[in-house]
Design a protein. Sequence first.
Length: 229
Amino acid sequence: MTQMSAYEKSKLLEDHASRIADGEESQRQATRVSARLMELRSQLDQLRCQLAVTHALQAQGAGLDIDLSGVDDGRAGFERSLGPSGLPSNQVFNTAKKKTQAVTDRLGEANQAAWSTWTGRLLEALPVARISMLLDPKAEKQASARHAELERVARGKASKEAITTFAVTHASLAELLQDAQDPPQALAVLLDRLREQTGLTLRDVTDEEIALIREYGMDAHISLKRKGS
């Protein structure tokens, strides 16, 4: 049997070491890409959540003017930047994340603005003064609870769940109040004044007006705040 020369042995060892190094490098690259993909998927999930909120608002007739251009910028740029090896560099990942984050932030701000406008408009249109005119005490209590729930949800962050809750609760409260009588004209005028003239103090409201508010149970829907607090 022919014995291998020292050179041939060293060449075999060198080739073997090279294969090991290549394998280790491939493993490092695979680990790097896997970790960066998880980061990008997380960012894309946030964008998908905001898109779902936009579509939910639009289904309710709100947020119809929200600009959805650029939603695919991060993904499209990512795909264009893939090299022949199919393993994108960290710079490619960073650019895709940055663009996706920018669109997510812009969409989130637009969603919140549309949510505030929509809920505010629907709350304003509700004839809440009729709550005290409901003849059934149980229905009155139920209506008050639903109105409080609407105000609580409206103060929160826009989400698919919040939009559904607000829409369903608003519809049920509007149905409860549909056939109720409007309050006396004097009370309606007073409530309009309290709503339109912000910053009124107790000095601006007469004892008779306070008594009228209490008579029809509207005192539960009016908040007091000490100046300077």
